[in-house]
Design a protein. Structure first.
Length: 150
């Protein structure tokens, strides 16, 4: 039996309790959606993140600042493990095919820690050119997997 999705109020409360630096900028209770903005520092740099979520969908995480650096010609892609469009990528934080995230989970205990991990891997990738975060690479049906599990 599948657990019931958490309401947007439950998600907002969990984020406020766990990540107080993330402010809920827009909460639409009728649409069961919210948008948070906050800063994190996984290792070397600080990042401003935006998290958008609507109950029943996947959370979307964007890096607002600083702009993510691309490495043209990198064997793993100029910016690996993101969803298009290239000018406004969202971070690929989990494998939808494996049901690693469901709406009964809190964004606070999954999405934010996963974003921190992604950013740590990104910083290492910038230094070494190798993605150490695992997951399927571009060309391995990432977008298709995301779309078919919504």
């Amino acid at each position: 039996m599948m657990a019931a999705p958490l309401s947007i109020d439950e998600q907002v409360a969990a984020m406020k309790a766990t990540w107080p630096q993330f402010a809920a900028r827009r909460i639409d209770r009728r649409a069961q959606s919210a948008r948070w903005i906050g800063s994190v520092r996984p290792q070397y740099s600080s990042y401003s993140l935006e998290i958008r979520y609507e109950v029943g969908e996947f959370p979307e995480v964007r890096v607002l600042t600083p702009e993510l650096i691309r490495l043209p010609g990198n064997s793993e892609g100029q910016l690996p493990h993101v969803y298009p469009p290239a000018e406004d990528p969202t971070l690929c934080l989990f494998d939808p095919r494996e049901r690693e995230w469901i709406s009964a989970m809190t964004i606070a205990s999954t999405t934010v820690p996963w974003a921190l991990d992604w950013l740590a891997c990104y910083e290492l990738w910038l230094m070494t050119g190798r993605w150490t975060g695992g997951g399927r690479h571009a060309g391995q049906d990432l977008g298709e997997a995301r779309e078919t599990t919504r």
